[in-house]
Write a protein that binds this ligand. Structure first.
Ligand SMILES: Cc1ncc(COP(=O)(O)O)c(C=O)c1O
Length: 435
């Protein structure tokens, strides 16, 4: 087998592994990928799959792979935005659910896995999203795959943002759907596709409320007008907006005051609710249909009552402690301010803050230095994003304290300075556009 390189610099050839490698025979493909993984991921100083040995909070304990000892780190890599993953009330309700229902249901909902707790959650989520009914899935991924493959027919057209999540794209593949993507948040292109394309069936428009990589918002005020005027069916994946956006945490639709113009809402329990699972909220008729046509619902076991009770309790906390959402947004503002003071201009309205790494800085080295400094941060590397857009993706929590954010920015400043001779607060200003 030829020797393939995939390290940084001149020989950067990840394409050979991840794309061209797919065309090789199975044994070659597996061997090639094995070498790649051992070089890139399995190394002792690798920062992938860090072992977290505590509850997910602003501070976590990890087992450091480099020293094999426990150590505390400030957590900026979790989507536990509201701190619900370790909230005392949520934990209490989960214990109650275990005592009453045990830990699992042992089968799919249509046959044997549907408790009164599941129904209660469907009703509460329907109210949260101003919809008639809701369907619960074992993950957000399964919700999107089941929704698209269950709903879309070959005569339909799905028009979606180019930054759509993999689960939407996989749903499209499973449905063998006709689809067209438009440039990220490019409303003119969306309009052109709608007016220029003849469709025998339905037109679906699929966007995300909050985009997970840059933390920017879809302009739902404009998009709802377009879907309304063109009689298209609007699907909003609000994985990162539910619990976070809008005064009451109802999501990005609430933020733009257009909840009643969204036809189908998708959400997950793996972000603000701190557990796992997903849901689709829509009209009663559509949800009844999906109950029998979304195969990832029909042929997959129900979420355990523990998870359901965690989400129910989380909804109560969101309602009873509105200061959590406020604090989360204050943290976003404060971090943006601190970053602007060191020359990094971020304009985010969400707790996802992406800091692009200047190309002079080796992102892996910087990631290692953050780790050594006790900062748990996710590096998003090529090929997940283009080289010029490699970034650290900061996820904020309501529980972060001011001094946590100050420490993060101090570390960032030190690492940038150490690794980039030309770094000065004047010359690295970049802006991530948001609405
Ligand atoms: C926009 C979006 N949709 C769907 C999903 C899938 O959700 P889950 O991880 O709960 O399966 C994610 C998760 O990262 C996401 O960011």
């Amino acid at each position: 087998m030829e020797n393939i390189t995939y390290r940084g610099g001149e020989n950067f050839n990840l394409r050979d592994v991840l794309i061209n490698g797919r065309k090789r025979k199975l044994n070659e493909r597996v061997a090639l990928f094995g070498t790649f993984i051992s070089e890139k991921v399995d190394k002792i100083e690798s920062l992938y799959s860090r072992v977290v040995n505590s509850a997910c909070d602003r501070e976590v304990e990890i087992i450091d792979a480099m020293t094999n000892t426990p150590r505390k780190m400030l957590m900026f890599g979790s989507n536990n935005y509201l701190g619900l993953a370790n909230h005392p009330y949520v934990k209490e309700k989960v214990k109650e659910a275990i005592n009453r229902y045990g830990v699992g249901v042992g089968g799919p909902p249509l046959l044997n896995g549907y408790t009164s707790l599941h129904r209660e959650l469907e009703e509460k989520l329907s109210a949260l999203k101003s919809q008639e009914d809701t369907l619960l899935f074992s993950s957000g991924y399964n919700a999107n795959v089941g929704l698209i493959s269950g709903l879309v027919d070959k005569n339909d057209l799905v028009i979606h943002d180019e930054y759509s999540h993999a689960s939407l794209c996989d749903g499209l593949k499973l449905a063998r759907a006709n689809s067209k993507s438009f440039k990220h948040n490019n409303i003119d292109e969306l309009k052109n596709i709608i007016t220029d394309t003849e469709v025998m069936g339905e037109k679906f428009i699929c966007v995300e409320g909050v985009y997970s990589m840059d933390g920017d918002l879809a302009p739902l005020d404009e998009i709802t007008q377009i879907s309304n005027a063109s009689n298209s069916i609007l699907i909003v994946d609000d994985a990162h907006g539910t619990g976070v956006m809008g005064k009451h945490g109802r999501g990005t639709g609430e933020h733009f005051n257009v909840e009643n113009l969204i036809d189908i809402n998708m959400g997950t329990f793996s972000k603000a609710f701190g557990v796992v699972g997903g849901f689709i909220s829509a009209s009663k008729a559509l949800i009844s249909y999906l109950r029998f046509f979304a195969r990832s619902y029909m042929f997959s076991a129900s979420l355990p009552p523990t998870v359901i009770s965690a989400v129910l309790a989380g909804l109560e906390v969101i309602q009873n402690e509105p200061e959590r959402i406020e604090k989360l947004h204050k943290n976003t503002e404060y971090l943006s301010l601190l970053l602007s003071e060191i020359g990094i201009k971020i304009n985010s309205q969400t707790p996802i803050i992406s800091v692009i790494v200047p190309q002079r800085i080796d992102i892996r080295k910087a990631a290692y230095e953050f780790h050594q400094a006790g900062i748990f941060l996710n590096a998003i590397e090529y090929p997940a994003v283009p080289i010029s857009k490699q970034r650290f993706r900061i996820s904020l929590m309501a529980d972060h304290r001011k001094e946590d954010l100050e420490r993060l920015v101090e570390c960032l400043f030190t690492i940038w300075h150490k690794n980039d001779n030309s770094y000065s607060t004047q010359n690295i200003i970049h802006t991530i556009p948001t609405i």
